[in-house]
Design a protein around this ligand. Structure first.
Ligand SMILES: Nc1ncnc2c1ncn2[C@@H]1O[C@H](COP(=O)(O)OP(=O)(O)OP(=O)(O)O)[C@@H](O)[C@H]1O
Length: 250
């Protein structure tokens, strides 16, 4: 999946200009982190990329197809190739791990099987295999509410993979986790990314982890891309380019 973000602009109704001119591209199989101070526009960018928010200007191309101006059908088809995991996991707490992973299939199912929860043997087997892949083979029937934060993020990763995404958006995936668990989740994400040649775009406040796990950094400040550099760029250069005020530094 090749993702091109070209001069994207977003102004909210209250006239906040969250994105002024964001441009960058991501090649297939890349692990790229978007960094920047609070309010830089990172979440807004991710919401536009996962289709939950429209931009006001510019273009987003997914494998050469215009995403933001596509008709509903094309937009939906592109959206199925994009998975998202969130800081707060966004799981159904009372449902089991298996059920949460299977829920990823609901948008593609006919009304009756979806309402009756009839997913079929193949989907169930795939959900269980994904739970095994993320290290939760023994938690298939466990309600999510009984899991730790790290285990919940593993379920969320399995749910995202259930839709066979080409691009995975990871929106602050380890912000709610302790440092050891956060690192384990990023190691898992990197293993999966490398196995499946998945493209990962991560939004993170943690510069050290972004540098360790990604190959490239995109720095946003006041809605504009102010850095597009290899992840091993010296931290001093990154801080100077992206975090203009000392109090914003991570
Ligand atoms: N729904 C909204 N309506 C109005 N303004 C908004 C809305 N969502 C975000 N903003 C504003 O847009 C700007 C960018 O916000 P955004 O959440 O994208 O930043 P961020 O880089 O993700 O910040 P953080 O790291 O603190 O999560 C901020 O000034 C924010 O107040």
């Amino acid at each position: 999946m090749l993702l091109e973000v070209q001069h994207v602009r977003k102004e909210f109704q209250n006239r906040t200009l969250a994105l002024t001119d964001a441009s960058f591209s991501v090649s297939q199989g890349d692990f790229v982190s978007v960094i920047g101070p609070s309010g830089a526009g990172k979440t807004t960018l991710f919401r536009i990329l996962n289709g939950s928010l429209r931009c006001d200007g510019g273009a987003i191309l997914v494998n050469g197809v215009h995403f933001e101006s596509a008709d509903r059908r094309t937009r939906r088809a592109i959206q199925t190739t994009i998975g998202t995991i969130y800081q707060d996991f966004a799981l159904v707490e009372n449902a089991t791990c298996r059920q949460n992973v299977l829920n990823a299939c609901l948008p593609d199912m006919a009304f009756l099987p979806a309402v009756c929860g009839f997913f079929g043997k193949e989907r169930v087997a795939e959900a269980d295999a994904l739970l095994e892949r993320v290290g939760l083979a023994d938690k298939v029937h466990e309600p999510v509410k009984n899991l730790s934060g790290g285990q919940k993020q593993r379920v969320a990763i399995a749910r995202a993979l259930m839709r066979h995404p080409a691009l995975l958006l990871a929106d602050e995936p380890v912000a709610s986790l302790d440092p050891v668990t956060g690192r384990q989740i990023l190691e898992l994400l990197r293993d999966i990314q490398q196995d499946q040649k998945l493209t990962v775009l991560m939004n993170s406040h943690n510069l050290e982890l972004s540098q360790e796990f990604s190959s490239r950094l995109i720095g946003l400040n006041q809605g504009t891309v102010v850095l597009d550099a290899p992840a091993d760029t010296p931290a001093k250069e990154i801080l100077a380019a992206v975090y203009h005020r000392q109090e914003d530094q991570p």
